[in-house]
Design a protein around this ligand. Structure first.
Ligand code: SF4
Ligand code: SF4
Length: 378
């Protein structure tokens, strides 16, 4: 099997196809700390793409409450237990990836995985707002909080080394050269569901009406027009931003995603040990025990949280966070100029401008021109 380099686990690994990096790679950063689990993103995606027959159970975007929530139910616990021990030596992953685990077990499959049962898909929002323990009377109002939960926003990761592509016996799933978006060719697919079994994130879904598999398409018709996906632009918490991601060596620190991932190292991929080099990055929650987060985001999670806490004193980092939700256009580059964060499109035209500090106007309580006292009515 060919060897490819995965910078997220800092080593070479086996993959059925030689590396063939796209010209650009679709990516996003989600700030878990700002999500309020309103599910507006989930509904925006549903309305746009999955309102047809056979798609009733599909949520290409979902937001689940960790530690207990999951769609399909328990997806990550099941995959993690199949993978076995996951060890790291500093930033290098020394355990097996899902593809290496399948090779070692001589399973006769390309990727270690499982096929969810129908009931696993039945409760997309199970566990919402459930914390990891009982809250004693009154303790909910104290900090630091002894119990915790957080929201995890999930779409297809448009992985650099996708498990779904590796597993498809029909070569019906492909990665676009122009933007790295991973799509299922509906004509070639025969519904064997090897992709559903192999994607650890369970982001390929089988349509019983059409008998072929479907998945998040990264809103590619919008991306082609220089627009961000619906889940990003509808986000109430303004937690999301899209951009192109490069390798650490080729990082463009004026690109918002490169800046957060490679520049400030505040955003990490989800379960990097799976070995897919996924392209959705998360700012980890600051209030969750490190042991849990290390398994989920890798060994650099505490550094990422410390870096995130510096955002208020770091105008550039603050600027990128404030550009989240500031425009529906795709921000190619950003700069901080005279106390404002400015976003530019691919042509270099300005498409967004936000102040780093919101101006506050305090009006006098007496308006001499009109001879009236002004009151703030609540
Ligand atoms: S997240 Fe799953 S469906 Fe999406 S590209 Fe990766 S392996 Fe394929
Ligand atoms: S719209 Fe934004 S804030 Fe609301 S659930 Fe989705 S990611 Fe979270």
């Amino acid at each position: 099997m060919p060897k490819v380099f995965n910078w997220q686990i800092n080593r070479e690994m086996e993959y059925p196809y030689p590396a063939s990096p796209p010209k650009k790679q679709f990516a996003a950063v989600f700030d878990t700390n700002k999500c309020i689990a309103c599910q507006t993103c989930t509904i925006a995606c549903k309305n746009a793409w999955t309102s047809g027959r056979g798609q009733e159970y599909m949520w290409w975007n979902n937001v689940e409450t960790k530690p207990y929530g999951g769609f399909p139910q328990g997806w990550d616990m099941k995959v993690l237990s199949l993978l076995g021990p996951q060890t790291w030596q500093d930033s290098t992953y020394t355990g097996m990836t899902l593809i290496e685990a399948a090779q070692a077990a001589a399973e006769g499959r390309q990727v270690t995985g499982y096929l969810p049962e129908d009931l696993d898909w039945a409760n997309p929002n199970i566990g919402e707002d459930e914390s990891m323990g009982l809250i004693e009377g009154g303790v909910a109002f104290s900090l630091p909080h002894p119990v915790w939960s957080f929201y995890l926003q999930r779409i297809c990761n448009h992985c650099a080394y996708p498990a779904c592509v590796a597993a498809c016996p029909r070569k019906a799933i492909y990665k676009r050269q122009e933007d790295g978006i991973v799509l299922v060719d509906q004509e070639r697919c025969r519904g064997y569901r090897e992709c559903v079994r192999s994607c650890p994130f369970k982001k390929v879904m089988y349509n019983v009406a059409t008998r072929v598999s479907e998945k998040c398409i990264a809103c590619y018709p919008r991306v082609e027009q220089g627009l961000q996906p619906f889940c990003t632009i509808s986000c109430i918490g303004r937690i999301r931003i899209n951009g192109w991601i490069h390798t650490p060596q080729e990082a463009d620190l004026e690109s918002p995603v490169d800046f957060l991932v490679h520049g400030r190292k505040v955003a990490l991929s989800l379960y990097p040990q799976f070995g897919l080099m996924n392209n959705i990055y998360y700012v980890p929650p600051i209030h969750v025990p490190p042991a849990y987060l290390r398994q989920m985001f890798g060994p650099n999670v505490e550094q990422a949280i410390e870096a995130y806490k510096q955002a208020k004193d770091d105008p550039e980092m603050l600027g990128v966070f404030l550009l989240m939700g500031a425009t529906e256009r795709w921000i190619e580059k950003f700069r901080v100029v005279k106390g404002e964060a400015v976003g530019y499109d691919a042509k270099g035209d300005e498409i967004a401008r936000v102040p780093l500090k919101e101006p506050v106007y305090i009006r006098p309580n007496y308006d001499a021109g009109r001879s009236v006292y002004l009151h703030n009515t609540m």
